[in-house]
Design a binder for this molecule. Sequence first.
Ligand code: NAD
Ligand code: MG
Length: 392
Amino acid sequence: MRRVTIFGATGSIGQNTIDLIARAPNDYKVVAVTGGQNIAQLAKDAIALGAEIAVTADENRLSELRDALAGHDIAVAAGPTALCEAAARPADWIMSSIVGSAGLEPGLIALEQGTQLALANKESMVCAGALMKDTAARHGADILPVDSEHSAVFQALLGENIAEVERIVITASGGAFRDWPMEALARATPEEAATHPNWDMGQRITIDSASLFNKALELIETHEFFDVTPDQIEAIIHPESLIHALVGFRDGALMAHVGPPDMRHAIGFALHYPERRHLPVDRLDLAQIATLSFRPPDEARHPALRLAREVMQAGGLAGCAFNAAKETALDGFIARRIGFLDMAAIVEEVLDRLSSKAGQIDAAMTLDNVLALDHLARQEAVHAMDRKQQQG
Ligand code: NAD
Ligand code: MG
């Protein structure tokens, strides 16, 4: 029996992970499940999976969780410290699917246990890639990518030599607004941005798909995960979302990973790695698909991609500042404080401000420095949004 823990169990990735685990109950012993505000879902899953402990990130919801689990032999806890304690419970496989940089510390603690960490939480790679990799190396832990593009690259690289890789091509659906005229983007609402043409995902990543901030994070994630240089990484708009990524080798061969837009493939691959087991995902009918289309992304329309390149070139803690500013600007857009196009402007302003200050993005990559810069970048983003609102 493999001991498994699921961080962010109540979210989109978490629920897909539970779907796979629940199909083979005799194969797994569930250690911890964690969630946020959706206490009913967390309690339901903890009971169904027979988890040892259920943890909500929200300290104020502890008694509600306790009530929901009354009569069951399941421990309860709440708050960020409790999340870190849950990460320290021995487990063979841990799904990291909290959204945002809140996933970083539990992920690092999980790696310190020498576990296999299935990483959906791309933000932890973006804001502290070197720290994640060093921690994994020191403790003999594995980080397995769950982001569909990175799982695709990982699979295309099996048995290959990374030194023979010329380029990595990451596909992007283009998100909700891919066919909207530029003029309309300024007035786009959070509801419109939160509708994805192909994938069913959490609200935040869906809006990030429309702004291409998700792709921007993924370019940085590719740079961190596979140790390729920024100029080896390309993004291409592929509206069908069937090819998830391609790896080009120095002999000109291009290996594509093709599959339906169903995260259970990437999650299941990471769950069973290095084996491949049967997965309940649709099989593609190529004759029915008939055509696949591609077009280059328009960087004028999507400044997030340009910013990602600047972040990769800057290195250091630039990814941390970028992600924290993006998360805060996204909060501002969801709360209707700023417009859709303002998000990139806010992130750029924060990066400019922090780059001009010594000891910020050029500070050493320690957890303390990452957390301090994450905090500072969020404050700077709030101030930038305040200035924008004052300007009207
Ligand atoms: P989601 O919003 O559906 O779920 C997020 C989960 O994190 C929930 O369980 C929520 O309770 C928890 N959470 C939120 N804020 C938290 C906090 N501050 N502390 C602790 N827990 C918190 O998100 P999702 O779509 O499942 O995405 C999760 C992660 O996976 C993200 O990093 C996302 O970029 C990545 N990802 C998602 C998909 C997808 O298909 N949904 C695909 C690729 C990568
Ligand atoms: Mg992805």
